[in-house]
Design a protein around this ligand. Structure first.
Ligand code: PEP
Ligand code: MN
Length: 295
């Protein structure tokens, strides 16, 4: 199986010729180097006030903001996201606070609009094997955050990344976000073994989403620490000005103060594994305006 992955993963496999890839979120923020990349923000964009509040609190602690505007919800009756109005909010907060933004793309038709506002496009777990979407993202001139499928093997995960690379986009960051198992005490099982394995077999940066992995806010910090300790290149963590009022994933949302404190507590762990978390990276350097470059 191991050899099979290496054989099929022509573009994603680590090799003497292709060592660690560096994927740029902005000119200053790069995944895969010594510097870790921390992304924070709510599960979903809910209002301009909410996102301004998040950005104001996190601007000196994180390197990018997250917030879904197209939400893959289990129930069709649950909040589906703000859509384009949410993208406008992300664009506004991005330039006001000089923070790159990441948001989920669920379908090919959403790509041009999302690429107009976001610095990085996220493929959610439920779409990891949406091969047409992956092929289309191969044509996009923006980095892609590819989340592991709910029940995807490491090989399937690597091959999903291979789709994007083989269609022309080398800028893929893998995200371990927990996989399904028999025990529902935690929402999923955070597979840190996969993080270590992916770092060894692929040259792509690998980050961890402890929020969706554990599903409970009190378990997010310990898993974030473990992720850094085992070699992750960064984290994506859900937080909210009023966590219990989050319209989605309220149970796993940290408060903004908890998020800031968590980032501080990660610094010595990063240092112990030869990595670094620099805050204030983007300060003083304006983000380049987003370009209309969906293709
Ligand atoms: C999310 O990031 O809000 C999300 C829906 O994540 P996942 O696709 O990992 O479930
Ligand atoms: Mn979520």
């Amino acid at each position: 199986m191991e050899n099979q992955i290496m054989k099929n993963a022509q573009l994603t496999a680590k090799s003497p010729a292709q060592q660690q890839s560096l994927v740029k979120l902005s000119e200053q923020i790069v995944f895969g180097g010594r510097e870790l990349v921390i992304i924070g923000g709510p599960c979903a964009v809910e209002s301009q006030g909410q996102m301004e509040n998040v950005a104001q609190h996190l601007v000196n602690s994180v390197h990018g903001l997250r917030g879904g505007v197209y939400k893959p919800r289990t129930s069709p009756y649950a909040f589906q996201g703000m859509g384009e109005a949410g993208l406008e909010i992300l664009g506004l907060v991005r330039s006001r606070y000089n923070l790159p933004v990441i948001t989920e793309v669920m379908s090919i038709s959403q790509i041009p609009t999302i690429a107009t506002y976001a610095d990085m496009l996220q493929v959610g777990s439920r779409n990891m094997q949406n091969f047409d979407l992956l092929k289309a993202l191969g044509q996009v001139n923006k980095p892609i955050l590819l989340k592991r499928g709910l029940a995807a093997t490491i090989e399937e995960f690597v091959m999903a990344a291979e789709y994007i690379l083989s269609h022309g986009n080398p800028d893929v960051v893998l995200c371990e976000r927990g996989i399904r198992s028999f025990d529902d005490y935690t929402r999923n099982v955070l597979d840190l073994g996969a993080v270590a394995a992916l770092k060894q077999i692929t040259h792509l940066p690998v980050i961890v989403d402890p929020s969706h992995a554990v599903g409970k806010r009190e378990l997010v910090a310990p898993m974030a620490k473990a992720a850094i300790a085992c070699g992750a290149d960064g984290l994506i963590i859900e937080c909210h000005p009023e966590p219990e009022k989050s319209v989605s994933d309220a149970r796993q949302a940290l408060s903004l103060t908890e998020m800031v404190d968590l980032v501080e507590s990660l610094k010595p762990i990063a240092a112990s594994v030869g990595r670094n978390i620099s805050t204030n990276i983007g300060v003083g350097t304006k983000l380049a305006p987003i370009c209309l470059s969906a293709a």
